[in-house]
Design a protein around this ligand. Structure first.
Ligand SMILES: C[S@@+](CC[C@H](N)C(=O)[O-])C[C@H]1O[C@@H](n2cnc3c(N)ncnc32)[C@H](O)[C@@H]1O
Length: 355
């Protein structure tokens, strides 16, 4: 029979699981909150930690709230609906600080207050649902099986209307991306209000009188296009030819977008640029920067680097690996995905070239 343990939760790890200790070992328990005393059943045990499932709440946290979604706990999408929003924000900030300290080895990371989402629910402007044998929905937590979903409370009303009409059509097996509005089928920011706040924060960190913006991992140019007025010339780089085609549509003469070898093109541009008058934005996928891109940034420490990250551990690794020619000025988390464990963050770095 699986072993049951009693724990006091004293941490919430990146990914959303509460952490307690039993017999000197860290035990991760989903859907628990710091301060709670719980009985949990160990489901996986390793040398230094264990995974467990909540069996009973012996003492519950005042931060605990009733999750509004009937699928919460089974659906793989959300991790925090059982926790008040302010408390979610508190833990997401701490998780960014912990990643910077533990992985990045920044003793006192210059963390700015987290920017909340104006909408705690109904914010997602796009979801991908899967269809298999008549089931339309998302993958279950920890299981490669689908859970039938009628409505998703974190999605925008327009997305839920799309879901209702997809279900009514009895779709064939496959993956369907449902969007609040039509647009090119390329990466787009998920939470409109928070994405605008992120773009505003970036604009506020760009020094006056800049000549060149390199927008690396630019997608369809979400940041580049909002910053055109601040630069004499803008270059966007991404490997997705459809995203580059979308960015090129309606581009002005001072805007150029290239698909292909990101590190090579970045190096070619930066080697010719005036470092003091150049800003680089990087917005990589969750895997972070490739080593070649880090190498280019180490070789050409231009005035300003703005790193948009959707994964604190890879952000922390990359910031540490950028080396001594860069100075980390601030890291600001943004709550792009309330109720989920995801965290977006903007890091601001400068080099000697900025002065
Ligand atoms: C997080 S999205 C950012 C998009 C854009 N900044 C935006 O706000 O819409 C990451 C982008 O990086 C691109 N990408 C991922 N890996 C890449 C690579 N190795 N080289 C070039 N682009 C890459 C993807 O196509 C995607 O558009």
């Amino acid at each position: 029979m699986a072993r049951e343990v009693e724990l006091v939760i004293d941490d919430i790890a990146f990914g959303g699981k509460g952490v307690g200790r039993a017999e000197g070992k860290a035990v991760f328990v989903p859907f628990t909150i710091d301060g709670e005393r719980v009985a949990a059943r160990i489901v996986r045990e390793k040398k230094s930690f264990a995974e467990a499932e909540l069996v009973r709440l012996e003492k519950s946290s005042p931060e605990r709230v009733a999750p509004p979604c009937p699928y919460f706990g089974r659906c793989g999408g959300c991790s925090y609906q059982h926790m008040g929003y302010e408390h979610q924000l508190h833990w997401k900030s701490r998780q960014v600080a912990q990643a910077l300290q533990r992985i990045g080895k920044f003793r006192e990371p210059p963390l700015q207050p987290i920017v909340p989402s104006p909408l705690e629910y109904g914010y997602r402007n796009r979801i991908t649902v899967h269809v298999e044998d008549g089931v339309v929905g998302f993958f279950r937590r920890d299981l490669h099986r689908l859970i039938d979903i009628e409505q998703c409370p974190i999605s925008a009303p327009e997305v839920n209307a799309e879901l209702t009409s997809l279900r009514a059509r009895r779709p064939r097996d496959g993956h369907y991306t449902l969007r609040a509005r039509s647009g090119p089928r390329v990466f787009s920011q998920n939470n409109d209000a928070v994405a605008e706040k992120l773009a505003e924060a970036i604009a506020g960190l760009v020094p006056a009188g800049q000549t060149l913006l390199m927008d690396a991992y630019c997608g369809a140019g979400f940041f580049a296009k909002r910053l055109l007025g601040k630069f004499a010339r803008t270059v966007g780089l991404d490997w997705d030819i459809h995203a580059i085609a979308a960015a090129e549509a309606g581009a002005g003469p001072n805007e150029k977008y290239f698909a292909g070898d990101l590190a090579g093109r970045l190096a070619a541009e930066l080697s010719q640029a005036d470092p003091a008058l150049t800003t680089v934005i990087v917005d990589p996928p969750a895997t972070g920067l490739q080593e070649e891109v880090r190498e280019v940034l180490r070789a050409y420490p231009v005035g300003t680097l703005l790193y948009v990250s959707c994964n604190p551990p890879t952000l922390a690794r990359d910031l540490a690996e950028l080396g001594a020619r860069w100075t980390l000025r601030s890291v600001q988390p943004f709550d792009m995905f309330p109720q989920t464990a995801e965290i977006e963050a903007l890091a601001h770095l400068t080099s000697a070239a900025s002065s």
